[in-house]
Design a protein around this ligand. Structure first.
Ligand SMILES: Cc1cc2nc3c(=O)[nH]c(=O)nc-3n(C[C@H](O)[C@H](O)[C@H](O)COP(=O)(O)OP(=O)(O)OC[C@H]3O[C@@H](n4cnc5c(N)ncnc54)[C@H](O)[C@@H]3O)c2cc1C
Length: 237
């Protein structure tokens, strides 16, 4: 197998059009290749600058999970810091987690930030949302979002395997009316809802309870309530 290391988006596009298979840290892919056979060529984005951005409003697909720190919103930082073991986080990438894994601990965090994805196909780069990204699984280059007013993340190992994950964020919107977004990974499904943010936490929680999140089992509902109360308490809109 030839591992190609493009140094620009146009080189990466060339690799894709020549059939190179994307690979991040190979924490999942290696076992698949050992089972099914290795491809003729694979491609890592680790030398592509656009896939290595890390800042207040952007995160590259080639960034290793252990490098995701307080430069990104708390919800994303916490999500990355709770994936697997230290060894996994030192090897696995953002792209491999969000697009290529089944657990996708980073996905609820990205959903509540209302992140947009920049992806690449043989025709060139394009913007897409997370629903399309996870459904069609193109090559992810990076994620972008608007800075939230507050955000938070909880993973509850005591809830079983896979553990319940709750992400919440209050984000500013174009019309200046902030929105509370909550995403819950229950089993392997991710449920995501949003309600208008207001200064009265009780009203916001009531609005949230009227969404499909209100139909979660009681322990999950209580954990969502605690997490949302915490985030609302730290929001100054
Ligand atoms: C012991 C262990 C514990 C784990 N625990 C957790 C956990 O708690 N939570 C969790 O979420 N995950 C967990 N994982 C999964 C882990 O997060 C994934 O292994 C990892 O995210 C995959 O990343 P990778 O960079 O190694 O991807 P790879 O193994 O390189 O690739 C996986 C798939 O993603 C595709 N891919 C890679 N990069 C891109 C890209 N930029 N765009 C599109 N597709 C791409 C590849 O083609 C492949 O199909 C665990 C894994 C292990 C081994």
């Amino acid at each position: 197998m030839l591992l190609r290391l493009p140094t620009s988006v146009s080189e990466a596009r060339q690799c894709l059009s020549e059939g190179a298979i994307p690979v991040g840290g190979a924490t999942l892919q290696w076992a698949v290749w050992q089972r099914d056979g290795f491809p003729r060529q694979a491609m890592s984005l680790r030398e592509v600058p656009e896939a290595n951005v890390l800042g207040a409003g952007e995160l590259g697909a080639a960034v290793l999970l252990h490098r995701v720190d307080e430069r990104v919103p708390e919800v994303l930082h916490q999500a990355a810091s709770r994936v697997g073991t230290g060894a996994v986080r030192r090897t696995a990438t953002v792209g491999g987690n969000i697009v290529g894994s089944t657990l996708r601990c980073l996905l609820p965090a990205a959903l509540v930030l209302d992140a947009r994805a920049t992806a690449l196909d043989p025709e060139g780069t394009f913007e897409t949302d997370l629903t399309e990204l996870t459904a069609k699984r193109p090559l992810l280059l990076s994620l972008r979002w608007r800075a939230p007013l507050a955000s938070g993340y909880r993973k509850l190992p005591e809830t079983g395997e896979p553990p319940l994950v709750i992400a919440a964020a209050v984000t500013p919107e174009a019309d200046d009316r902030p929105v509370l977004r909550v995403a819950v990974r229950d089993g392997y499904d991710v449920l995501s809802e949003s309600v208008p943010y207001g200064p009265e936490p009780g009203l916001v929680l009531d609005a949230l309870a009227a969404t499909p999140l209100g139909a979660l089992p009681m322990p999950a509902r209580e954990a969502v309530r605690d997490q949302v109360t915490d985030v609302l308490g730290r929001t100054s809109a």
